[in-house]
Write a protein that binds this ligand. Structure first.
Ligand code: GAP
Length: 504
């Protein structure tokens, strides 16, 4: 069924059902910007809340912060973003349109991983790549910095320039020492943050995949550099089997990943350290927890030329999208002490902390999730046709609406009782009420937006106060007394076996 799903299908489904709308649509839209509609807003909240619960609240070694979007300009000098955070741009000499050079090469079938300007220029000429809009000749590639600039205060001068953050991570580094003291933390520990980031992408595309405004969910996990392999939590993930595509295999032209446990991968020196392997495992556990199938996930190491300026080793967690193949939804990097060292150097402040009676500048492992890409993967993963009809088999943990309530017929005795049940359920769970159309159509509409449970008030309800509870994925129904209903819903949702109950 997944093969049938195109990006166009998913995009129009999401707009039609109120998950997302192109921002400023009545004025023709603004490329790279999407607003969340009512269902999208609920879905977003569920994912953010579960991420925060799983990675922050549940743990004793991670605390959260919430930093500013407009950031001190020195931040980005120190982080290296002003110097290194760019893509190559080419402009059509005939129609004047701008394009991201590597995307044009990719579209021309060239496998591109971080090329130099000279290499791009050569390949464009060799492959005869021209403007995809008008066939015009393309300019030489020029670096284009992706940071959005703004002005702080009334004067628009060079001195009042500031930047909208392109990653949340830097706010964590800036606040590192204050958080360390305020929270009385000891190494190893993590600081987490979720929030908006902005990148002036040259060519935003693929719906939610490449946006100019999006949200990140990031953790910077600080470890004594001498203890990178001293990870007491590693046992939680050691046996997990992952599909690992190493840089070495890619350099040999091999596409097939290794199927290997994280322990084996670490033992064979394929992952920089135990803490790095641990955070890969924890990331995968969370993705599975929100219903994303790990069979469609692989862990791909960045090849040398692809590594960000700050990274010692990076793995992309990639999802196999039915409409665009393997694409990054999360990165897990070993950033070493690059960021703290640079901020220390640029600010003149000592950012070292105590561990075992000595002062150390910690090294950092960073799991960095893009919220919209997680949403795209969750939607693609959940979109199924059951008996020819679309069903969004989202895990109840993230489903935007948990319960639908229907009177079997649109008559006063039934609607009165159904609204009473609806209000009772709504006190506890996001719920919708619908009395229009046949009951079959209402079930289908609820299935299509991923509502796990539908409750129907029928003739028997009026006699004995029981209702039917219908399961989205199996269409099975059970009868429950209204006095037990909330408890039963809780029981079902908390014990949901998403992939085992799904009948396709
Ligand atoms: N702090 C590290 C960092 O920002 P990144 O790989 O540039 O690393 C992390 O971004 C995640 O943010 C990616 O894995 C992806 O999910 C998301 N992301 C990056 N650029 C994006 C874009 N233009 N639109 C939507 N999501 C994006």
């Amino acid at each position: 069924m997944l093969q049938a799903l195109t990006l166009e299908d998913l995009t129009s489904f999401c707009i039609r059902r109120g998950f997302f709308f192109p921002s400023g649509r009545i004025y023709g839209g603004l490329r790279g910007f999407f607003d969340y509609g009512p269902l999208g807003a609920e879905l977003r909240r569920e994912i953010l809340d579960d991420w925060w619960y799983y990675f922050v609240r549940r743990r004793e070694d991670v605390v959260g912060i919430h930093g500013c979007i407009i950031t001190h300009p020195r931040t980005w000098e120190a982080s290296g973003h002003l110097e290194s955070f760019f893509d190559y741009l080419v402009t059509c000499s005939r129609c004047g349109r701008d394009f991201r050079a590597d995307h044009l090469l990719e579209d021309a079938g060239v496998k591109v991983v971080e090329l130099t300007a000279e290499e791009i220029s050569r390949l464009i000429r060799e492959k005869g790549v021209r403007c995809p809009e008008c066939g015009g000749e393309l300019s030489e590639p020029v670096p284009f910095n992706l940071m959005f600039t703004t002005y702080v205060g009334p004067k628009r001068t060079r001195a009042s320039e500031a930047y909208l953050r392109p990653e949340t991570a830097q706010l964590i580094f800036l606040n590192f020492k204050d958080v360390y003291y305020a929270s009385r933390l000891k190494l190893p520990f993590g600081i987490a943050q979720v929030g908006k980031v902005f990148r002036n992408e040259i060519s935003p595309r693929n719906f939610l995949f490449r946006l100019r405004e999006f949200e990140q969910m990031e953790i910077e996990y600080f470890v004594n550099p001498r203890k990178m392999d001293d990870c007491p939590l590693f046992k939680d993930v050691a046996d997990m089997e992952v599909q690992l595509l190493t840089a070495e295999r890619q350099e040999k032209g091999l596409e097939e990943p290794l199927r290997i446990t994280l322990e084996e991968a670490w033992e064979e020196g394929l992952i920089s350290c135990k803490w790095h392997a641990y955070w890969i495992g924890e990331s995968l556990r969370w993705l599975e927890r929100i219903g994303i199938s790990l069979e469609r996930i692989r862990v791909r190491e960045h090849v040398k030329t692809e590594l960000a300026h700050y990274a010692i080793q990076t793995f992309d967690i990639e999802y196999n999208f039915p409409f665009m193949g393997w694409k990054e939804i999360e990165g897990v990097s070993n950033r070493g002490d690059y960021d703290l060292r640079r901020h220390q150097q640029y600010s003149g402040k000592d950012l070292a902390v105590e561990d075992d009676g000595e002062k150390v500048l910690p090294h950092v492992i960073e799991p960095s999730f893009g919220l919209e890409r997680i949403i795209l993967a969750a939607l693609a993963d959940a979109y199924t046709l059951i008996k020819g009809r679309p069903v969004l088999s989202l895990h109840p943990r993230i489903a935007p609406v948990k319960v639908a309530v229907f009177p079997i017929v649109n008559k006063p005795d039934f609607t009165r009782k159904a609204r009473e049940v609806y209000h009772m359920v709504k006190e506890h769970y996001t719920a919708i009420y619908d009395e229009k159309g046949t009951i079959g159509k209402r079930y289908f509409k609820a299935d299509e937006i991923g509502v796990p449970l539908a409750i129907t008030i029928d003739g028997k309800t009026l006699e004995d106060d029981t209702v039917t509870v219908r399961f989205r994925d199996t269409r099975e129904q059970i009868r429950v007394h209204t006095s037990q209903l909330i408890q039963k819903i809780r029981e079902i949702l908390e014990n949901w076996h998403h992939h085992t109950t799904r009948k396709t």
